[in-house]
Design a protein. Structure first.
Length: 317
């Protein structure tokens, strides 16, 4: 059981192994989905959603020629209509990859994580663990639900009661809540399913967020993330790109360079330094050198992927 508050920060690389194309790859897929030369393009579907072919082509061409590193960056300065089109395009590109079997491939870091955790069902929610993710996909939540149900022969409701106590914070939103996550009867939810239906596409897109600097301080997800990081004893970056904007929005430098205070019901112990480590596999050389200096994030081995970090370095205690 994890007794020391531990936070995992998930970047695009944490979902890439499950076929989710994020960052630049997601941008390229959206461009392809609106390409008239692509026989499987989404133009007719989006026309049915209320967009003209001229609007769709204009959006595609501007995205293609923008040099923006991601669809999120491209959408930030745009108007409401373009942002809505962009969110629909993101949902359309990601939903087809919601396949359960993909999460259980041999080298899945989710499997490595759950096996190293060695959970017991009775005390699962007592693990002091939380996840902060920059990704839209819901694969982690679905994996945990699926594996705990099957490992311990429990109902969805029984597992949901446990999982709802483990924070999984999606900073930029996600593709809708899973049915077991809902609190109110009228809350929108969607099964983990690759099928695209226009009315579900609309609803899923509304769960995605484009974050602006001017409102970011009031964003409840970012506030919760900072609180979790401030209280953490251990912080691990998994599949993260260490982009300056994302690090600054979390206030990583100030939070991670402070100490944690360990306390019990009766006493408070001296402050201790946080353990802050991350993967740097395939990271550009300049970031491998600058990130540890600027943010005090340690890279144990530049050749390690997420599985390697779990196998050789991360202690779940």
């Amino acid at each position: 059981m994890i007794t020391r508050p531990t936070v995992f920060i998930l970047g695009a690389g944490a979902s890439y192994g499950f076929n989710y194309n994020l960052g630049k790859n997601l941008k390229d897929i959206i461009i392809k989905n609106f390409d008239t030369d692509n026989t499987d393009n989404a133009i007719e579907l989006f026309k049915g959603l209320g967009f003209s072919e001229e609007e769709i082509n204009s959006f595609r061409n501007q995205l293609r020629l923008s040099a923006a590193p991601s669809i999120d960056t491209f959408l930030e300065p745009r108007g409401e209509d373009e942002r809505y089109l962009g969110k629909l395009a993101i949902a359309y590109a990601l939903i087809p990859y919601e396949k359960t079997d993909t999460l259980f491939y041999d080298n899945s870091w989710y499997i490595t994580f759950i096996n190293k955790l060695k959970p017991t069902f009775a005390d699962f929610e007592k693990n002091k663990i939380s996840f902060i993710t920059f990704n839209y996909d819901r694969s982690l939540e679905h994996f945990l639900m699926t594996t705990l149900q099957n490992q311990f022969n429990k109902t969805e409701q029984e597992v949901a009661e446990k999982l709802k106590k483990i924070p999984i914070v999606h900073l930029y939103g996600k593709l809708g809540m899973l049915p077991w996550e809902t609190v109110k009867p009228d809350e929108y939810s969607r099964e983990y399913n690759p099928k695209i239906l226009p009315h579900l596409l609309r609803k899923s897109s509304k769960s995605l967020k484009i974050i602006y600097d001017k409102v970011e301080l009031d964003n409840p997800e970012f506030k919760q993330a900072r609180q979790l990081l401030s209280a953490a004893r251990k912080v691990y970056f998994l599949g993260f790109g260490y982009h300056t904007d994302n690090l600054e929005r979390l206030r990583i430098k100030s939070i991670l360079q402070t100490s944690s205070t360990l306390s019990t019901s009766s006493t408070t112990t001296p402050t201790v330094s946080k353990i802050v480590e991350g993967t740097s596999f395939k990271l550009p050389q300049d970031l491998k050198e600058s990130v540890p200096k600027l943010y005090k994030i340690k890279f144990p081995n530049h050749d390690w992927d997420i599985n390697d970090l779990f196998e050789h370095k991360i202690r779940l205690e």
